[in-house]
Design a protein around this ligand. Structure first.
Ligand SMILES: Cc1cc2nc3c(=O)[nH]c(=O)nc-3n(C[C@H](O)[C@H](O)[C@H](O)COP(=O)(O)OP(=O)(O)OC[C@H]3O[C@@H](n4cnc5c(N)ncnc54)[C@H](O)[C@@H]3O)c2cc1C
Ligand SMILES: NC(=O)c1ccc[n+]([C@@H]2O[C@H](COP(=O)([O-])OP(=O)(O)OC[C@H]3O[C@@H](n4cnc5c(N)ncnc54)[C@H](OP(=O)(O)O)[C@@H]3O)[C@@H](O)[C@H]2O)c1
Length: 453
């Protein structure tokens, strides 16, 4: 059985491992990624100051070492390769392309200079090649981050870290330089609903209280009406409330940077200065309303306030990118699917032998670990549907390589990636960092063009 997996993030790697563990048939997996580097958001999303999370790549290295696995990096589906090519060369296809688009606020002024989706800021500090030239102007003193999830927390934390805290991480060198000279002193995290509805997780929230030069600030009235438990309790909500309460009671000391957590406010309009840069954000106070289905929604009260900020980052979720030939669910903004089986979005008819895993299947929810069981679940469908498929004769396995080379594509193998990895690790040594990332594809390919030492 020959399977193509498109995307080398956690979901793709867990799907590969589940396929390669099959004992009933030998599976050959070709994993493609549009970047020369594997691991998706583990490399390009997970915060540089959370290195322990990135250790999960050791598990993926074991998968990559299996003899019937191949990595074909620097190959973009929809650009270098078509879905028709995949259908011709593989028995089954798994899309594991994540959610690379961001959701928009949809307010007047969105998109003016210094109003940026968190995707851009995160890609920039993580050295993602797409964002290496992003304009991140840190000459402002106050920044608003919209959203109450862990991405908002990550963005705020990186903005407020000291250079000494960042130096020992794998933050991209260009970002380290800019953050060293940053004039940002105050960050506002804005939640449209209340503290009880926030989706950030307690360890991430608590970290603001442990940073070198940051005071987390919660006005006591922000917690009015919340049922603060006696002890921290077990649920995420109870733990968050206890941490927020401790921030509200905290004495503010000598620290020079401030993190304000504001709730029940929605951005309404960006205010630009004469140069067209963000000079303020109009926010509207909300109230909560319980819906018939039990969900709690935020409704505007009409009461507004101007937040005096010079930059706005929106961290309000992501969406799958549309890829030519891959069925797309416009409403859910994911690859159209029924429990991981790709379907035609209009008729909902299953498209045989095509599957989707990870965020491309579900939207942007869930931690890295959740993909292990979720991808294995989709592989169960692949096994159930795939009986006898391997009898279909395919071109030679390497025919896909020849096809791509004929189109001028320089394929990056897993061995090539390991060479890049070694170079990055060596480059990071001078600053005591785990690595200094190479941030553009041309330079990565140039390294690989050099003879091996
Ligand atoms: C900023 C941020 C921080 C996070 N931090 C944590 C954390 O600390 N801990 C945690 O547990 N979870 C964290 N998460 C969540 C975690 O990263 C996701 O759950 C997980 O990465 C999703 O896996 P995926 O494989 O679906 O997608 P991704 O990891 O996004 O992988 C998708 C891959 O597909 C490739 N690709 C896309 N389009 C194409 C194409 N056309 N052709 C070829 N390849 C393509 C991409 O290059 C990428 O390598 C974080 C998420 C974000 C956004
Ligand atoms: N350290 C980590 O472990 C880590 C780090 C980063 C990401 N992740 C994971 O990655 C996933 C994605 O994280 P995320 O932060 O992007 O998603 P998220 O947890 O879904 O948070 C998105 C936030 O945006 C808000 N929002 C949506 N639309 C809005 C609008 N129009 N105006 C104002 N606010 C709006 C949401 O509010 P409502 O709740 O009101 O909709 C929510 O607070 C999560 O599973 C997360 O845990 C983990």
């Amino acid at each position: 059985m020959r399977v193509a997996i498109i995307g080398s993030g956690p979901a793709g790697f867990y799907a590969a491992e589940a396929l390669l563990r099959r004992t009933d048939t030998v599976v050959h997996v070709d994993m493609f990624d549009r970047l020369p580097t594997p691991y998706g958001l583990v490399r390009g999303g997970v915060a540089p100051d959370h290195q322990s999370i990135k250790a999960v790549t050791r598990v993926y290295e074991k998968t990559a070492a299996r003899p019937t696995f191949r990595f074909l990096g620097n190959v973009c589906l929809g650009q270098d390769l078509t879905v028709e090519d995949l259908r011709r060369h593989y028995h089954q296809i798994v899309y594991a392309v994540g959610n690379e688009d961001d959701r928009r606020l949809g307010i007047p002024g969105e998109g003016i200079a210094r109003c940026t989706p968190a995707t851009v800021f995160i890609g920039w500090y993580n050295g993602h090649p797409d964002y290496r030239h992003a304009k991140i102007d840190l000459s402002v003193s106050r920044v608003a981050v919209v959203g109450n999830g862990n991405v908002a927390i990550d963005a705020a934390r990186i903005l407020l870290r000291t250079p000494a805290e960042l130096e020992k991480t794998d933050v991209a060198a260009h970002a380290l330089e800019a953050l060293r000279n940053s004039r940002v002193r105050e960050v506002y995290i804005l939640g449209r609903r209340g503290p009880e509805q926030a989706s950030f997780t307690p360890p991430e929230l608590k970290e603001f209280g442990e940073m070198e030069d940051v005071d987390p600030i919660v006005a006591p009235e922000e917690l009015a009406g919340c049922m603060i438990p006696e002890a921290a309790g077990n649920s995420q909500q109870e733990k968050n409330l206890k941490i927020l309460q401790s921030f509200a009671m905290r004495q503010h000391g000598e620290k020079t940077k401030k993190l304000h957590l504001r709730f029940l406010v929605s951005p309404k309009k960006l205010i630009a200065n004469g140069d067209g840069n963000v000079a303020g954000l109009v926010i509207e106070k909300n109230r909560l309303e319980v819906q018939r289905d039990g969900t709690v929604s935020a409704l505007g009260t009409g009461e507004t306030e101007v937040l005096n900020v010079g930059m706005v980052l929106s961290a309000i979720g992501f969406a799958a990118t549309r890829i030519a030939g891959v069925p797309y669910d416009v409403k859910a903004r994911v690859i159209a699917n029924d429990d991981g089986r790709v379907v035609d979005p209009a008729s909902r008819a299953v498209i045989a032998n095509e599957y989707v895993v990870g965020w491309a299947r579900t939207g942007p929810q869930g931690l890295i670990g959740t993909h292990k069981a979720a991808s294995a679940h989709v592989v169960e469908h692949m096994i159930a549907d795939g009986a006898g498929l391997e009898a279909r004769e395919l071109p030679e396995r390497e025919a896909i390589d020849a096809l791509l080379r004929g189109r001028g594509v320089q394929i990056v193998s897993f061995g090539d990636w390991k060479r890049l990895d070694d170079v990055e690790v060596a480059r990071g040594e001078w600053r005591g960092a785990p690595r200094d990332k190479i941030v553009d594809v041309g330079s990565m390919l140039a390294v690989l063009d050099q003879p091996e030492p």
